[in-house]
Design a protein around this ligand. Sequence first.
Ligand code: APR
Length: 169
Amino acid sequence: MHNMIEIIQGDITKLEVDAIVNAANNSLLGGGGVDGAIHRVAGIELLEECKLLYGCNTGEAKITNGYNLAAKHVIHTVGPIWKGGLDNEQILLENCYINSMRLAFENNCKSIAFPAISTGVYRFPKEQAADIAKHTIQNILKEKNSLEKVIFAIFDLENYDIYSHLFKG
Ligand code: APR
């Protein structure tokens, strides 16, 4: 199962996978960070489709086409804003991974790439977020693995260092 999980340091918009996951906000109308990068590369049609989704609750996920991205689909999920850890942030972040994987399975995706959800603008502590990503994905892959590849596409070096150590060996 471990060889299914890959950690790469780079820009998720470059990955030719069935789905890339976007760390969006509740409006689904774009923003900065990875959300901004994905919309910039996908093009205006992505925003047009997102407008028809009428937002997304924190912890939930919605799927669109990938348009000009190398990926076929974008799975938009909304991570929790870190408020100190007493506001169900952990469960909400787990739900982002659970709901994104559910949509990947429902859409017969063979490969999916995740950014480090909530660890930028939403300020979720990076080590804790990486641990949540790891254990949530590994638990799902134990039960059900119609996926062939799960990639963690980590952009910043701080997160890459954390993910590399966490998934080493
Ligand atoms: N590819 C992969 N990861 C990226 C990229 C990229 N091109 N650009 C940024 N990242 C990484 C950041 O380094 C960070 O580790 O994505 C991670 C998540 O950071 P944000 O994009 O800031 O997302 P998040 O913390 O979940 O905050 C979401 O930010 O951009 C707005 O509209 C978005 O309001 C929402 C909020």
